[in-house]
Structures are given as structure tokens and as C-alpha cells.
Design a protein around this ligand. Structure first.
Ligand code: GCO
Ligand code: MN
Ligand code: MN
Length: 386
């Protein structure tokens, strides 16, 4: 019942299940798998698709023959497993050339090299079937604000995206861009740190219709923000092009935990939102298994992300059908026919009528709201006793 099916659109990055368990304090705990091996592992656990950074697939220093060989093996694994490649992205953060950013680097050569790297990577992504191209500006930031003018950084980031939008248009590619904000790590501060910042920035681009968001649970949580509210705003703006599901306690380092493993109630409301609004995009898990695991543990991790999503989806259906919960929601949201005249919006007559209205301010303020009741029913539903 909670087995993943293609229609669930569950995807993982090569860098997620392929994570070798390295952290800033410790060496890898797992041997690296080849991209083709990772695809086979994802096929085994029932994922729909696989996403990648250019250098997850082809090492940055590979020659043409090596690149061709790896791509051939990867394509073979895709056709054997039926996995799709819905999204691709560029690694603009690992190599020392990007130590001070890519698009926002102070060095024009670095900025130009970053554009070149993205164009080449877009070509391969489109060839493999990607329709979404993600930009996570992991190094686009500073440790000291003496080093970079934030206005220059915003301008350079805009120019890079404008250039790349034109590249996509010029080549007739069916590709949208999804920007992924993160507040910090690996930089002390990263520019455009939250979904809200990105939404405002997109409107300043030459082709805002081509550019949306790839919000990540962990990134908004690192900023101490409510992820549901972030994706609701992105959705409302027509900008929820992609999503990175994982989990993360507030106030910690970038944990990238299995979806639903840290803040279950938040995960529930995220799944409920995506299902209720009819989000049609990928459910991408940008997370990795604990460093303690071997590849059996990695499979538990990957299956766990998908199972938890599907269990929460079922819980959302129950929530929507639960008579007691729905009665409370109906009570909370009850209409007031005496105020229906406001539905038409502003007119001078409406304004005058509203100005003359007498409100029972004290009475309204004294009325209790059944939110404790509603939340407890939600918790009991999630705990499996409803
Ligand atoms: C992180 C980011 C990355 C991006 C990836 C694809 O915190 O490391 O979430 O995993 O999602 O670079 O854009
Ligand atoms: Mn992340
Ligand atoms: Mn991410």
C-alpha cells in the first residue's frame, strides 16, 4: 500500500543515495558507487527518477572518452530500469575555482567559466530529458562583507540568469529554471537566503516566466522559518517548479535527514499541501542516509522517504474526511452573510457602509477558538489512534 509507483513522481539525486558519508570531521564511511550503480539502486527501491549535478555524472577533469563512456553506462542503466531524468543542475561549489562563488565571484573569468559550465551542462541535461534546471548558489555569498558588495552580487546573479534564459530560448529547449535558496553553509551567508527573497528577485529578471523556485525543507528550517508558508507563497505566485524534501531541526547544521524523520507534523502539513493543491511536479528527496549506514541502510533511507510521504498522504486524506476535524474547520471558517457585501471589493458605497458598521469588538475577542481541540485531533490522527 505504501509502495512507490511511477505516478508518485519520487526522485533522488545521484548525490543523495550516492552520498559516501563524509562530513567536515570524518572520512567517507561508504565506498563510492558509479552513477549507473546508483541508478540501479534507485530502480530497486522504486524511485521514478534520478537527478544529478554535471560532476556527479562526469568528473570535472574527465576527458572526452571517459565522459562518453560514463554517459553511455548511465543511459544504459536508465533504459534498463526505466528511470527518468526530470531535473539536472551544475556543481558550482566544489572546485576551488568557485571558492568565492560562481555567478557572484569578483573575478570576471570565474563568472564566465561558470556560465560556460552551465551551458554545457544544460545541453546534456536536455539530452537526457530534463525539463527543470536547478540553481543552488551554494558559494554565492561571503564570510566578510568587506569582500563583496551585495548590490554587485545581486546584479551579477541577475545578469547570469538573463544570459542563461536567452541561451535556453535560443536553443529552443523546453526547460525551466528553479532557484534554490539557502541561508548559509557552506558560506557564512548566502545571497538570496530564503524563498521570499528569491520570489522578489525573480520579478527583476528579463524572463520571470521561465524562472521559479526549488524550495528545500532544511533550508527554510535553518533560517528558522515555516516551510509550509514558504511553499504556499511560491505556489500562490505560480513558482513552485520543483521541491527538495528532507528534514532538519531548527538551529542546526545542514542535516539533510530522511524526509519526515525530524519534524513529523511539519512534514504532514507539507504533504497535505502538495496533495491538496494538486502539485504536479517531482517529489525530490534531497537528503542522505546517516553516516553510520552501509548500502542496506541507504536503501532503508530511500524507501523511508517515499513510504513516509505516502503514509502522510493517506493521513491527509483521513484529515480531509474526518467528520470531527471537518466540523471544527467549518466552524472556524464559517461565513458571515451580513458581510457578503465586502466580497465585491472596493466601492465608495461599500467603504461608507463599512465605516458605519458597529462591531462587537469585546465579544469577538472573548470567543474561544477550538485550535487546541483541532491540533490534538491532528496529533492523534498522526499517532494512529484516529
Ligand atoms: C545543499 C543543497 C544541494 C542542492 C543541489 C542541487 O544544501 O547542499 O540542498 O543539495 O539541492 O546542489 O541543486
Ligand atoms: Mn540542502
Ligand atoms: Mn537541495
Amino acid at each position: 500500500m505504501y509502495d512507490p509507483k511511477p505516478e508518485h513522481k519520487f526522485t533522488f539525486g545521484l548525490w543523495t543515495v550516492g552520498n559516501i558519508g563524509r562530513d567536515p570531521f570524518g572520512q567517507p564511511t561508504r565506498d563510492a558507487l558509479s552513477p549507473a550503480q546508483i541508478v540501479r539502486l534507485l530502480g530497486e527501491v522504486g524511485a521514478y527518477g534520478v537527478n544529478y549535478h554535471d560532476n556527479d555524472l562526469i568528473p570535472i577533469d574527465a576527458d572526452e572518452a571517459q565522459a562518453a563512456q560514463i554517459t553511455r553506462e548511465f543511459k544504459q542503466a536508465l533504459s534498463d530500469t526505466g528511470l527518468k531524468v526530470p531535473m539536472a543542475t551544475t556543481n558550482l561549489f566544489a572546485d576551488p575555482v568557485f571558492k568565492d562563488g560562481a555567478f557572484t565571484s569578483n573575478n570576471p573569468k570565474v563568472r564566465a567559466y561558470a556560465l560556460q559550465k552551465v551551458m554545457r551542462s544544460i545541453d546534456l541535461g536536455v539530452e537526457l530529458g530534463a525539463e527543470v534546471y536547478v540553481f543552488w548558489g551554494g558559494r554565492e555569498g561571503t564570510e566578510t562583507d568587506a569582500s563583496k558588495n551585495p548590490l554587485d552580487a545581486i546584479k551579477r546573479f541577475r545578469e547570469a540568469l538573463n544570459f542563461l534564459c536567452e541561451y535556453v530560448i535560443d536553443n529552443g529547449y523546453n526547460l525551466k529554471f528553479a532557484l534554490e535558496p539557502k541561508p548559509n553553509e557552506p558560506r557564512g551567508d548566502i545571497f538570496q537566503p530564503t524563498v521570499g527573497h528569491m520570489l522578489a528577485f525573480i520579478e527583476t529578471l528579463d524572463h520571470p516566466e521561465m524562472v521559479g523556485l526549488n524550495p528545500e525543507v532544511a533550508h527554510e528550517h535553518m533560517a528558522g522559518l515555516n516551510f509550509l508558508h514558504a511553499i504556499a507563497q511560491a505556489w500562490d505566485a505560480g513558482k513552485l517548479f520543483h521541491i527538495d524534501l528532507n528534514d532538519q531541526m531548527f538551529g542546526r547544521y545542514d542535516q539533510d535527514f530522511r524526509f519526515g524523520s525530524a519534524m513529523l507534523k511539519q512534514a504532514f502539513f507539507v504533504v497535505k499541501f502538495l496533495e491538496d493543491v494538486g502539485y504536479q511536479g517531482m517529489r525530490h528527496f534531497d537528503a542522505h542516509a546517516y553516516r553510520t549506514e552501509d548500502y542496506e541502510g541507504v536503501k532503508w533511507f530511500a524507501r523511508g522517504c517515499m513510504r513516509t510521504y505516502l503514509i502522510l498522504k493517506e493521513k491527509a486524506q483521513r484529515f480531509n474526511q474526518d467528520p470531527e476535524i471537518q466540523a471544527l474547520l467549518a466552524e472556524i471558517n464559517a461565513a458571515d452573510p451580513s458581510l457578503d457585501y465586502l466580497a465585491q471589493g472596493y466601492s465608495r458605497e461599500t467603504a461608507n457602509r463599512l465605516k458605519a458598521e458597529a462591531f462587537d469588538r469585546v465579544g469577538i475577542g472573548q470567543r474561544g477558538l477550538p485550535y487546541e481541540h483541532l491540533d490534538q485531533l491532528t496529533v492523534e490522527l498522526l499517532l494512529g489512534v484516529r
